[in-house]
Design a protein around this ligand. Structure first.
Ligand code: ADP
Ligand code: ZN
Length: 223
């Protein structure tokens, strides 16, 4: 099973990918996560990508497609892949078809998370994650279990998943960069959907409902 989760920044692709990994033993291939790891490790790719990412613009197609190719090469053929944040341009979409064929895979589903753009800025600027396990939270809607009132993580609240008390926020989750990321999505990513529609593999899911409802809707598509 090979699926693409498509939707604007903040639509919930990362949260839903994590759920799919847990429920179905699939592997999440998030180019955003891979690039952030490269930035953290100061690899040549990371050094080149950092400024682009901080502005909310897109890293080159060659770089991200190579990351996907390398990751698929390291995966066992019977592990399903969730593409999260990739492809993001028409060229990446074409490259993905070539890469999948090379690894004996083909695309089964493109799941579009439909969201109200106005709600996304609030979602994204409220987002933070556990510095240890990466669990994703939101100051407005999904605080860690011990945080009585949704507010900001003050370091004394433990992660529901692992108990760690340090959290981090992405440097590109500020309002100005979020607007650029939205513009990039509208201009470059949304236009790749019609091509997948013509192949009959797109299903839309209401990304504004609760995390569990969205997960159930995705599971219904996959069975
Ligand atoms: P988002 O929350 O915006 O979906 P991601 O974690 O997927 O965030 O990506 C963060 C940043 O990493 C993007 O704004 C972009 O600079 C870069 N990036 C991630 N995936 C791609 C891609 N497929 N093509 C180009 N740039 C990418
Ligand atoms: Zn944690």
């Amino acid at each position: 099973m090979n699926i693409i989760l498509l939707g604007p920044p903040g639509a919930g692709k990362g949260t839903q990918s994590a759920g799919l990994v847990e429920r179905h033993g699939m592997k999440q291939l998030s180019t955003g996560d891979m690039l952030r790891a490269a930035v953290r490790d100061k690899t040549p790719v990371g050094l080149e990508a950092k400024a682009v990412m901080d502005r909310g613009e897109l890293v080159s197609d060659e770089i991200v497609s190579k990351l996907i190719d390398d990751n698929l090469a390291a995966m066992s053929a019977d592990t399903g892949a969730i593409f999260d944040g990739y492809p993001r341009t028409a060229a990446q979409g074409e490259q993905l078809d070539v890469i999948l064929a090379k690894h004996g895979r083909s695309l089964d589903n493109v799941i579009e998370l439909e969201v109200n753009i106005d709600a996304l800025v609030e979602r994204i600027t409220g987002r933070f994650s556990c510095a240890n396990c990466g669990a994703i939270y939101n100051m407005n809607t999904k605080p860690p279990a011990d945080m009585k009132t949704p507010t900001s993580p003050d370091g004394s609240v433990p992660c529901t998943n692992c108990g760690f008390t340090k959290f981090k926020q992405r440097p590109d989750d500020n309002e100005e960069t979020v607007r650029t990321r939205m513009d990039e999505y509208r201009a470059k990513t949304a236009p790749i959907l019609p091509g997948y529609e013509m192949r009959g593999i797109v299903t839309r899911v209401d990304g504004m409902s609760g995390i569990d409802e969205v997960a159930a809707a995705i599971d219904a598509i996959l069975t």
